[in-house]
Design a protein around this ligand. Structure first.
Ligand code: IPM
Ligand code: MG
Length: 354
């Protein structure tokens, strides 16, 4: 059965890197992969054309697709819009409507790039951490939220960090299942020392582990300590489970350890049978947009994650990943990695390895 991949190229360098992912998908299709690739407007370009970052039409197509591959959203020209019509609001709505509650963010240090990190090679070489970040709950979505003016004229801003036991357990289950394909180890991070919802997180994760995953070694770490441990001794971690906000922060920190933001893909998945949402973790990079020098590797590796988790083609996923690694081993580099290749030429090098 032919599956559908919906591309949302978005803003900034998004269209440039998405075009390379599209070429890679095209190559696989030519060799027999039953896949149709479509495109839809999303983010700032959608605000300009339709007044909102996520139109009902784009949302409907995302919900019908088997996988959605996003480029990037946002840019300075939309940064002063009211909160609800910013590109970021469209992304949060898309995650929420697609019910992709588990965000997989691998932070892997490619051997060929180990010297690009701000940490010494001895600490990061071989680094391979998988973050499982809760993506559709917590303070990003909790109510009440907003800013009000008090009687004395002060302003008061409110956001609510809230989780139910089922929201915690479903994402913890994803983490434990993935841990079975790795080192059978999970470290879960929260602030159980100051937050009730953090303590609930700890208790629910532990209860699920005790009831159904006795083969998994689970430990708990306070999120501030984890931030420190990630730069002190990052290779102690294999799989990290955490909430939406701590996951946002800690996964950026871990990404920088790999030295190459332009290399890192991500996947957001929900219950079996639902479409996944895939995106490079680099942003829209307005400073280099339109110059044809963006690194397309993260977009291509995000396509690989889509092949593995949503498109039923894990073997092709491994081939695409190997092609990226082979291109790097041969010295192919975009400027962010210290090289001189254009986005298109880097795509050529990946395709040559495929
Ligand atoms: C990320 C980004 C988003 C987030 C923004 C763009 C809404 O930082 O994917 O990590 O905070 O989740
Ligand atoms: Mg972030």
């Amino acid at each position: 059965m032919t599956k559908t991949l919906l591309l949302l190229p978005g803003d900034g360098i998004g269209p440039e890197v998405s075009a390379v992912a599209r070429r890679v998908a095209g190559r696989l299709i030519n060799h027999g992969l039953p896949l149709t690739v479509e495109e839809a407007p999303f983010g700032g370009v959608s605000i300009d054309a339709h007044g909102v970052p996520l139109t009902d039409a784009t949302l409907a197509r995302a919900l019908q697709a088997d996988a959605v591959l996003m480029g990037a959203v946002g840019g300075p020209q939309w940064a002063n819009q009211s909160y609800a019509t910013r590109p970021e609001a469209g992304l949060l709505k898309l995650r929420s409507e697609m019910q992709v509650y588990a965000n997989l963010r691998p932070a892997r240090c490619f051997t060929a790039l180990a010297d690009a990190s701000t940490l010494k090679r001895v600490y990061v070489e071989g680094l391979d951490i998988l973050f499982v970040r809760e993506l559709t709950g917590g303070v990003y979505f909790g109510e009440p939220r907003g800013v009000e003016t008090l009687a004395d004229g002060q302003r008061r801003g409110v956001n609510t960090h809230v989780y139910t036991s089922s929201e915690i357990r479903r994402v913890a289950r994803v983490a434990f299942e993935l841990a079975r394909g790795r080192k059978h180890e999970v470290v879960s991070a929260e602030k159980a020392n100051v937050m009730e919802a953090g303590l609930l997180w700890r208790e629910e994760v532990q209860a699920l582990r005790d009831a159904e995953y006795p083969d998994i070694k689970l430990s708990h770490m306070l999120a501030d300590n984890m931030a420190m441990q990630l730069v002190k001794n990052p290779r102690q971690f294999d799989l990290i489970l955490t909430d939406n906000l701590f996951g946002d922060i800690l996964s950026d920190e871990a990404a920088m350890l790999t030295g190459s933001l332009g290399m890192l893909p991500s996947a957001a998945i929900g219950d079996a049978g639902r479409a996944g949402l895939y995106e490079p973790i680099h942003g829209s990079a307005p400073d280099i947009a339109g110059r044809g020098i963006a690194n397309p590797c993260a977009a291509v590796l995000s396509l690989a994650m889509a092949l593995r988790h949503s498109l039923g083609a894990p073997e092709l996923a491994a081939r695409v990943e190997a092609a990226v690694e082979a291109a790097l081993d041969k010295g192919a580099r975009t400027p962010d990695l210290g090289g001189t290749l254009s986005t298109v030429a880097m795509g050529d090098a990946i395709l040559a390895g495929l």
